[in-house]
Design a protein around this ligand. Sequence first.
Ligand SMILES: [Zn+2]
Ligand SMILES: [Zn+2]
Length: 444
Amino acid sequence: MKQFAKTLLVSSALCALTFWPAHAEMDVPALKAAIEKSFEADYPGLDALYKDLHAHPELAFQEVKTAAKLAAEMRAIGFEVTEKVGKTGLVAIYKNGDGPTMLVRTELDALPMEEKTGLDYASREKTNWNGRETFVAHSCGHDIHMANWVGTAKTLVGLKDQWKGTLMFIAQPAEEIVEGARAMLADGLFTRFKKPDFAFALHAGGVPYGNVNYRVGIGSSTVNGLYIKFRGRGGHGAAPQRTIDPVMMAARFIVDVQSVISREKDPTEFGIITVGAIHSGTAGNIIPDEAQVLGTIRSFKPEVRDKMLAGIERTAKAVAEMSGAPVPIIRMDEGTKAVMNDPAVVATAEKVLKAAFGDKLRLTPANTTSEDFSEFAGAGVPSMMFNIGVYEPEKWLAANKSGEPLAGNHSPLFAPVPKPTIQTGVIAMTLAVLGAFDQHARGK
Ligand SMILES: [Zn+2]
Ligand SMILES: [Zn+2]
């Protein structure tokens, strides 16, 4: 490969290179060097895109400007782009001869929260969400994913002499409410377009930049949304005997429901009930007539989930009965299933990523967060989702020593270091896709 390395130094056209003859193993170090070189050239544009997306985030199914920016980027690279797939989603296709179709997904949406990083590109955007005005922030790193997605598309097109097939890059709306993947599938993602042979996605967070974490099999949790409305009888705070207090019911429920986790669920099985929002009342001296409780329920296994759902419903009804209140309104939304990382897809990617990242590639246990990337595997596409690090390594070590972890995803202080984070993503995703093309070409 020395010869190739030499070519690499003198050639600016990546596609003119040959990294591996037919049926030989991929030369990962040479490819990695080529990806790094093209990334360096692409980075000023990716940096500007990332900071623009970060400063102007949009919430689930409102990602109109975000989608338009990505559509323009992908058309400039040479992709054929279809907009408004699954409301605000987009599908970008690049055909390059006979071969498999590789889906690479990014999310488009941000979170209804205020960013407090103090970065000069921090978001100050506000919008309406469920009838209230809220700040909006890319505190989950989906802006990193979008920059990575565009960077990977550019790199793969630059390397188009190295693979044959079709790139199907999709930008999915509404991941945070786990509805976007289903919306795209319902809008004909796999019928109006081709059903892909493989699907890849990544998520940023958790570890220092330069690191890649992956999982085999279950990669994330099943999630169900929880909504309960306790119905009471409103009145004066000075005359509680004439009321049925829904705030009291909500408070009791929030505490008692944790006994479903600690006493009913098998302690060796994973399960979480989190109440993240309570809406009730307007003033300290008024007992309101209703209280709404919003939460999420997570598990890895369907039988554990079913047990938790039954326990939650029983607790909510019992709490209302204790207060002599009507039966509460209880909804537990379908949510999304656990991400399943296909063992064969992972085995191929693992080999290439190990050669590129060495001991910075780690096999980790399943993540307790949830992801609707699971919908694509659920529709029969062998898939893999992996994680890339975001933190300054020294700061991460110091934080671990001090016992005060750095701000993670969904924190108002979440602040990935842009360049090395996006670079890791582009290298890892490009190599994972090339590895899958190569494996397929060799008929394994
Ligand atoms: Zn998130
Ligand atoms: Zn996310």
